[in-house]
Design a protein around this ligand. Sequence first.
Ligand SMILES: [Zn+2]
Ligand SMILES: [Zn+2]
Length: 134
Amino acid sequence: MTLESSNLTKNQQTVLNILEKSTEPLKAYAILFDIQKKGIKSPLQVYRALDKLIEIGKVHKIESRNSYIACKHEGCNAKTSTAFLICEKCDNVTELKRNNLLSYFSKQAEKDNFQYRKHNLEIYGLCNNCKLKN
Ligand SMILES: [Zn+2]
Ligand SMILES: [Zn+2]
């Protein structure tokens, strides 16, 4: 068990478990629906838990879909910046791991005298399954 997960509150752990078990990104209401069976009744508690999980990098938000996904990477440091590969056919979402986009974007931004802070990227195409079916 990592340090972070042992520091999670019960609510945070419950939300994280739901996201880890899910095969697809979940919207907040779907998490809420699931979690009500486990005794968390208030949406606010779910949002607070999600905020914290995002802050520590255990969960990422997919902005365009307004949904959440558990990070499957050991020691992921994508706390504010994310890059996802999204399949156009089946909606499968995979996090793009071990990329150097952060340094790439900050260098590019520098050329325009722009101070880079973060990015949320969504890359569209075909996942391995759909690619094989083509
Ligand atoms: Zn991650
Ligand atoms: Zn696919």
